[in-house]
Design a protein around this ligand. Structure first.
Ligand SMILES: CC(C)(COP(=O)(O)OP(=O)(O)OC[C@H]1O[C@@H](n2cnc3c(N)ncnc32)[C@H](O)[C@@H]1OP(=O)(O)O)[C@@H](O)C(=O)NCCC(=O)NCCS
Length: 318
């Protein structure tokens, strides 16, 4: 396969392209840090992307874009089931583009490979700062689905409430709040199915693990919200670092929202993270989760990654 679009030539990703492609990925990481200085340096090192890309060369789902021989774009996916159908996922270390024209040319070619492989769901994780490139993805029919954001551990203002660290005696409270969060995410407008909540045994195990703490906010002795943190489990390479703490759950009951309970919980969690030697707190949320999409940026989190998605209709033989 070799496809021309203006001066651009799109060819399958091969092993010899990887060092130049990984350099482009590292450039994107450095540019992203200007917009969000808390981004770890993980992908600045081009050998990280190079190592991840190696198994993808020759898998039939990746392309590079050449401009007069110079490598100006990369789009390298892996086949994975997405939302119940065969799909292709492209991580932030699997794509890079010097401009919107490169995005259009890369997807025009790669989508042929993906559709021929029977993959209908296409998801790509982009650097959040590259608005012009993201607009090209929107032109191609992709919509933003998930935001990854990060914050340093300095003071957060506007919190109000009685917050305490959850203990093994709080299993029932956390189970009930985790279930409420799961229902919120499963219901419209988010409508995304997440793994089911851990349940009593999973929560008891978590609360006994000092590296996976949770906090509860109370009102008149009743638990009205929680936040939980973890570390060392990063879904995204860009945010993976030993000193990144990850918020893996946050919920405040609807009747007391917007009174500062959420910020109070996050403040307590950040205080713990700072004392434990973490440098930043990361979070991901669905862009259709309107409460989260307002709350996290308002609490000082800066977007670093935008994941965009599209489901195509696979052609049937006439
Ligand atoms: C996100 C959540 C935990 C925030 O809790 P909270 O107690 O409402 O948070 P706070 O009161 O500290 O929020 C402060 C700010 O968040 C923003 N905000 C929160 N809810 C909002 C809403 N429904 N509409 C608009 N802005 C909202 C506002 O900027 C608000 O500040 P303001 O009231 O001064 O304008 C809560 O909305 C929630 O449980 N949502 C459902 C579950 C969820 O989405 N969890 C996050 C998963 S990633």
């Amino acid at each position: 396969m070799s496809r021309r679009s203006g001066n651009l030539e799109v060819v399958p990703l091969e092993a010899h392209h990887i060092p130049r492609a990984a350099t482009l990925v590292a450039e994107g990481a450095r540019e992203q840090r200007h917009a969000a200085p808390q981004l770890p340096f993980t992908l600045d090192d081009s050998t990280v992307a190079a190592e991840l890309l190696e198994p993808l060369a020759g898998n039939g789902l990746g392309v590079v874009v050449l401009d007069d021989g110079a490598l100006v774009g990369l789009l390298a996916g892996v086949a994975v089931p997405l939302w119940g159908s065969p799909g292709v996922y492209v991580a932030e270390w699997g794509n890079a583009a010097r401009g919107p024209e490169v995005v259009l040319a890369a997807y025009a070619a790669a989508s042929q490979l993906w559709v021929a492989a029977g993959c209908a769901a296409h998801v790509v994780t982009l650097w959040a700062h590259a608005a012009a490139n993201e607009a090209a993805w929107h032109q191609l029919g992709f919509g933003r689905v998930v935001v990854d954001a990060v914050r340093g551990l300095d003071e957060i203002e506007g919190g109000r409430g009685q917050v305490r660290r959850a203990t093994v005696a709080d299993v029932a409270e956390i189970v009930s709040l985790e279930e409420a969060l799961w229902r919120h995410l499963a219901a419209p407008p988010v409508s995304r199915v997440h793994p089911p909540p851990a349940g009593p045994a999973g929560v008891a195990e978590r609360l006994a693990d000092p590296r996976r703490p949770a906090w509860i906010v109370e009102d008149g002795g009743r638990a009205i919200g929680y936040v939980s943190l973890t570390s060392g489990e990063h879904e995204t390479t860009a945010l993976a670092a030993d000193d990144t703490a990850v918020c893996d759950g946050a919920f405040v009951v609807p009747e007391v929202r917007r009174r500062g309970a959420g910020r109070c919980l996050v403040s307590a969690a950040m205080g713990w993270a700072a004392a434990e030697g973490f440098a930043r707190l990361a979070i991901d949320y669905e862009s259709a989760n309107l409460e989260a999409a307002t709350f996290w940026p308002g609490a000082g989190f800066r977007a670093v990654l935008h994941s965009v998605a599209r489901t195509v209709i696979l052609p049937k033989a006439p």
